[in-house]
Design a protein around this ligand. Structure first.
Ligand SMILES: [Cu+2]
Length: 340
């Protein structure tokens, strides 16, 4: 009897030690979605996870403590060659260790189903975002705004429904944001859904959680949870950009911004490391070799495609060689023509 009391007490102590030890490790990143919830929010993923941790800690103690205790207390004495006591069945014990786990498993099945239904609970006003998973990048389309982005922006406190696809000739991927806790496979030829209600503003990352080839490890994109106001501003700016990119000048202007040309070229007449672009088109440009050319389309095109072919007088041949396509150069030239 004394053994049972000691083991019982040790099991309780060990279960608590295991539980607090595991939870203090910070196994989970910060919870950033309503679905992740918290350990005190019934039905959430963190609540479910916490129940599992409690069950795991107790079961671990229930097994480890009697084994350890027996190894130490019931060790065979030196010279003792007798057999151990023979025990033949114990109906009460067998019923107990069948019925108790049965109840626990059924209870967990119930909790699990409850938690799953809470996690999948749909808001009919959820904002739809289309996700495309390619080898090896993510892209996000906001269909109402006609915007496609490589970064996922989400407004805080609002449910979004991600409709996720992989190209028909693509492979399996898996959308996983640890801070949201949920993970969903992306399957070629199928649209899988992922509902999330971000609750904490911040910058996270979506990682592909399904081995999908050489750069699988690198298949990640920023996930930014921002206020509704900042979200609207971001979406608006992308919309304006998308609109602008439809004209050659607009596309050229975006390329200029993306490549930092204005670090060397001013738009207001001041010379920098390179000549200003104001009134450049159709002006007469003096070259370092003493000749003069008209800054027509052909000249501007050449200046970008082969920066050192003609060097402007008074400047170093410091213009970088960019890997632009002919179309991109045409867009840049179209933009420079508009600068008066
Ligand atoms: Cu992938």
């Amino acid at each position: 009897m004394r053994h049972f009391i000691v083991v019982g007490v040790l099991i309780i102590v060990m279960a608590f030690a295991t539980y607090f030890g595991l939870t203090s490790l910070g196994l989970m990143p910060v919870a950033a979605s309503a679905q992740a919830g918290s350990i005190s929010q019934a039905g959430s993923i963190d609540w479910m996870w916490n129940l599992q941790m409690i069950a795991m800690s107790f079961l671990f103690a229930l097994i480890a403590v009697p084994i350890g205790y027996s190894l130490i207390m019931f060790r065979r004495k030196k010279g003792d060659t007798t057999d151990a006591e023979h025990i033949e069945g114990n109906t009460a014990l067998e019923i107990t260790w069948t019925v108790v786990p049965l109840f626990i498993v059924v209870a967990f099945a119930y909790f699990g189903a409850y938690s799953l239904s809470e996690t999948l609970r749909a808001d009919p006003n959820a904002m739809v975002i289309k996700v495309m998973a390619r080898q090896w990048s993510w892209s996000f389309e906001y269909p109402q705004a006609g915007v496609i982005s490589n970064e996922l922006y989400l407004p805080v406190g609002k449910q979004v429904l991600l409709k996720m696809e992989s190209p028909l000739d693509g492979v399996l991927h898996s959308f996983f944001v640890p801070e949201f806790r949920m993970k969903q496979d992306v399957v070629p030829g199928r649209v899988t859904e992922y509902r999330v209600t971000p609750t904490l503003e911040g910058s996270y990352k979506v990682r592909c959680a399904e081995l999908c080839g050489t750069s699988h490890y690198n298949m990640e994109s920023p996930v930014n949870v921002v206020s509704q106001k900042n979200f609207d501003a971001w979406l608006n700016a992308r919309q304006v950009e998308a609109q602008a990119a439809k004209t050659p000048e607009g596309a050229g202007q975006l390329l200029v911004a993306a490549n930092g040309c204005t670090g060397c070229h001013s738009l207001d007449g001041k010379a920098g490391v390179g000549p200003t672009w104001q009134d450049l088109f159709n002006s007469q440009v003096k070259l370092a070799d003493g000749s003069t050319v008209t800054a027509d389309e052909a000249y501007l095109t050449e200046s970008i495609a082969a920066p050192n072919a003609k060097v402007v007088e008074g400047f170093q041949p410091a213009m970088p060689q960019y890997p632009f396509t002919p179309e991109e150069i045409a867009n840049l030239v179209a933009y420079i023509q508009t600068l008066k």
